[in-house]
Design a protein around this ligand. Structure first.
Ligand code: DGY
Length: 326
């Protein structure tokens, strides 16, 4: 069987695939267009894609042989899973292996903003440091402050647990109670408005869905403390970027740390011009160890799916239920 891979991923994953399948990899070091993906999957049984690929109805239905879609990411908002399910195609993701890595980046962003690390680095390199000064680069303490976590799935929970050393008061929103956080941190489940009004730091960890699109908009920014810091390592469209620019420019909040954007890779110039925001190029899971684990996991999912088995990280298991009843 043949597999199309939309971008070169760490070698151990590709080697695993090559043991069993004929593998064709995007030869360019760039994101493919939809037309190129459609061309790439021609005659292929499997598609290994990235979060940057628009895997919509047109792509999914383009190749009748297509039997498996393995994504090299945990978030799969770029894939029309409903269409894949209708077509009887399993879709898989890479949960778990990137949890701690993404939570670590959220903390790195939180400290970068509160202690003005990027501004301080630029200031120092530019030769502006003329010696210790009482009012130089004043930031904010983290210890004993209130941490608000929007969404306590795997990454939100890992992020919250890492606050232990900072003796923080933890608030969270989620559809379900998170007993682990309540037990280990004394965390309280509250409505989003309560969380926004009371948190010093708000970190977003919900998946992007219709319900979470623009979850944080002008109204929500107005609820936040003037000293609040907002961190987003989830998906850009969860925050209305225009409202965020306004909130940062007019200092409704202290600052923001972002790894994701509304229209990646576009970032509004207005956002880039602000110094109370730290910007990263969507690197939440970008460590050697984690990206290798993601590659192996995606390859393993692909291999199981192409053999007609339920891939270990299948997000539409109903495909198999349907198969077993027909
Ligand atoms: C994911 O896997 O969804 C992450 O955004 C990758 O960094």
């Amino acid at each position: 069987m043949k597999v199309f891979v939309t971008r070169r991923i760490p070698r151990p994953g590709l080697d695993l695939l090559k043991k069993e399948y004929t593998v064709e990899i995007n030869p360019h070091d760039r994101v493919l267009t939809k037309e190129e993906i459609i061309k790439g999957i021609r005659g292929k049984d499997g598609l290994l894609c990235l979060l940057t690929d628009p895997i919509d109805k047109e792509v999914i239905t383009a190749e009748p042989k297509l039997k498996m879609i393995a994504s090299y990411a945990v978030g799969y908002d770029n894939i029309d899973v409903a269409v894949a399910t209708q077509q009887g195609i399993p879709v898989s993701n890479t949960p778990g292996v990137l949890t701690e890595t993404t939570a670590e980046l959220a903390w790195a962003l939180l400290f970068s903003v509160t202690r003005r690390i990027v501004e301080g680095d630029t200031f120092t390199r530019e030769g502006k440091f003329k010696g210790w000064a009482p009012m130089l680069m004043l930031g904010q303490d983290v210890t004993k402050k209130t941490l608000g976590i929007v969404g306590t799935g795997r990454i939100g929970t890992a992020f919250a647990l890492k606050s232990k050393g900072f003796e923080m008061n933890v608030l969270y929103t989620d559809e379900q109670r998170n007993e682990q956080l309540e037990r280990e941190l004394g965390a309280k489940k509250v409505p989003l408005s309560t969380l926004l009004k009371n948190s010093d730091f708000v970190s977003i960890h919900v998946p992007l869905t219709k319900a979470t699109h623009h979850l944080i908009d002008e109204k929500e920014f107005h609820m936040m403390k003037k000293t609040a810091v907002l961190i987003n390592t989830a998906r850009g469209p969860i925050i209305n970027e225009k409202a965020l620019v306004k909130a940062l420019k007019e200092q409704w909040i202290f600052g923001a740390g972002l790894d994701v954007y509304e229209n990646e890779p576009e970032i509004p110039m207005e956002l880039k011009n602000l110094n109370n925001v730290v910007l990263q190029p969507h690197i939440g899971s970008a460590t050697v160890e984690t990206r290798t684990k993601m590659a192996l996991m995606a390859a393993e999912n692909m291999s199981r799916g192409l053999k007609g088995n339920i891939p270990p990280n299948c997000v539409n298991k109903e495909v198999f239920l349907r198969k077993s009843t027909t």
